[in-house]
Design a protein around this ligand. Structure first.
Ligand SMILES: [Zn+2]
Length: 210
């Protein structure tokens, strides 16, 4: 198992279950069976053409897509390159699409992540930042922990503490049920290293408005 953000039993979410060691195909089969029971309990007709394959479809989507980040094998392979241009200023990648799932209601969290770092000796391809955001998002999450997991993963990949992560996201559990407050978004941030200094922090946030 690689270092960085890996799933540990000490992270309360993950997992004290025998099922952690199952392969993807076994997980899909088990989840499909359980989801079929949920649908039947709700009174849905599983013999209907349109619904027949839904349990299998949902199980594949859970394991291979929206919860793929629970499997450390899906961690993005990140190659570090020498910082050949000796660029030591702030690099900001903003408006990274973010799709995650609220662990309390299992409905989507949809938003954007804004990331900044100041290169140390190494840099990584820009698209790897998007992949790290996606990997951490593909788990049942609360936004606060997601923000920190992305920051920790970037610290590990970039070998620097000088990382800033901001997430601005809407939670469908707030918009589509309960209070049904459609206009609300939630902002969380992880400022680390030099981004705790007011001037660097202000510089980062100024780019978000430009
Ligand atoms: Zn929720």
């Amino acid at each position: 198992m690689q270092n960085g953000t890996v799933l540990k039993k000490s992270d309360a979410l993950y997992i004290d279950s025998k099922d952690i060691n199952l392969g993807d195909e076994e997980k899909i089969e088990i989840i499909s069976g359980h989801f079929k029971k949920i649908m039947q309990t709700l009174g849905l007709d599983l013999s209907d053409d349109s619904l027949r394959d839904t349990p299998d479809r949902v199980a594949k989507m859970y394991v291979r897509e929206i919860f793929a980040g629970l499997n450390p094998d899906n961690k993005p392979r990140v190659t570090r390159f020498e910082n050949r241009y000796a660029y030591h200023q702030m690099l900001v990648e903003k408006n990274i699409p973010l799709y995650s799932t609220c662990e309390h209601h299992f409905v989507p969290i949809i938003g954007k992540a804004h990331i900044a770092y100041i290169p140390n000796g190494k840099v990584i391809g820009l698209s790897k930042i998007n992949r790290i955001v996606r990997y951490c998002s593909q788990r049942p999450q609360v936004q606060e922990r997601l923000t920190q997991e992305i920051a920790n993963e970037l610290k590990y990949c970039l070998q620097t503490e000088n990382i800033a992560v901001m997430i601005d996201a809407a939670h469908l559990c707030v918009a589509a049920r309960g209070i049904k407050d459609v206009g609300t978004s939630t902002v969380t941030a992880a400022y680390c290293g030099i981004f705790l200094e007011p001037s660097k922090n202000a510089e980062f946030r100024s780019y978000l408005h430009s």
